[in-house]
Design a protein around this ligand. Sequence first.
Ligand SMILES: Cc1cc2nc3c(=O)[nH]c(=O)nc-3n(C[C@H](O)[C@H](O)[C@H](O)COP(=O)(O)OP(=O)(O)OC[C@H]3O[C@@H](n4cnc5c(N)ncnc54)[C@H](O)[C@@H]3O)c2cc1C
Ligand code: FES
Length: 281
Amino acid sequence: MQNPYQPVPMYIARTVVETEDASLKTFELIFRRDQDREQFFSSYQPGQFCQLSIFGKGEASFGIASAAWEGSFVRFTINKLGAFTHAVHALQPGHTIGMRGPLGNCYPLDEWKGSNLVILGGGYAFTTLYALTKHLLDPAIRSQYGDITVIYGAREPDLFLYKADIKTWYDRDDIQFFQAIDNPQEGWPHLTGYVPAVTKELAPSSKDAVAFVCGPPVMIKFTLPVLNELGFPPERTFTSLEKRMKCGVGKCGRCNVGPKYICTNGPVFSFAELRGLPSDL
Ligand SMILES: Cc1cc2nc3c(=O)[nH]c(=O)nc-3n(C[C@H](O)[C@H](O)[C@H](O)COP(=O)(O)OP(=O)(O)OC[C@H]3O[C@@H](n4cnc5c(N)ncnc54)[C@H](O)[C@@H]3O)c2cc1C
Ligand code: FES
């Protein structure tokens, strides 16, 4: 059995600077060893995360932003915040980085086959929702679900991730895609308004539908009542939590909330499950 604390060596194949201020950068990592790649892809599902590490700098958690069908790489989009994420941003293609994962649970897609899916994202928390959407767009998977509606909000146009790729979603007839920025801006061809208001306006049907919501806490706070009004009960509304982690495998107790470990019982929870937990999230 593989040691869950032992990172596997990955190399950086490609980087993409996502925003003008370069605070958000995407990394596509490739396995140095075939057996590690096989092990990863034998279990990876959208919604899971990895622990990335740099020798002498530390380790931190990042949601996986790629779907398995896209290729043999694993994608992460990393916000430059503190010491560790600055160190990651300084790495160049060819450099080695450690990775543990995939860790945690995933979006519960198997339970909702045949359903319509409503995906609501705000800011750079869109990473695992992007993985989820990409996964669903695989023709072999797409036919297992009904309508897919994605509403993705950002403060301003530059802050959208994966700009070149998501632009192509407008040309597809198997996904309804909407982008919204917070305030009006000249030349912006899409919607304007905060995600809760835009969701209310577009009013995606809750009939046979499940919602997945990720974003800053304020977006979640105001989106939930809207979803409730539209008829999405907490049992059919899911989110992904971020909480400081250490081991990532349910051993150290660093990430617990009440009886739940975010790293193993989550990071994906329904709002019905969250209702029963202490509010120190
Ligand atoms: C399951 C999971 C998935 C994540 N996915 C991503 C991702 O896809 N992209 C990404 O950029 N980041 C993601 N994060 C957050 C990422 O782990 C932190 O940004 C990172 O640990 C910061 O490390 P640092 O040393 O650069 O900053 P630090 O110096 O450790 O922190 C800088 C600032 O960020 C705050 N912070 C650090 N970690 C967290 C956290 N987990 N939640 C809230 N605030 C935090 C600190 O309080 C501090 O104010 C995820 C976290 C979890 C638990
Ligand atoms: S991070 Fe160690 S128990 Fe979750």
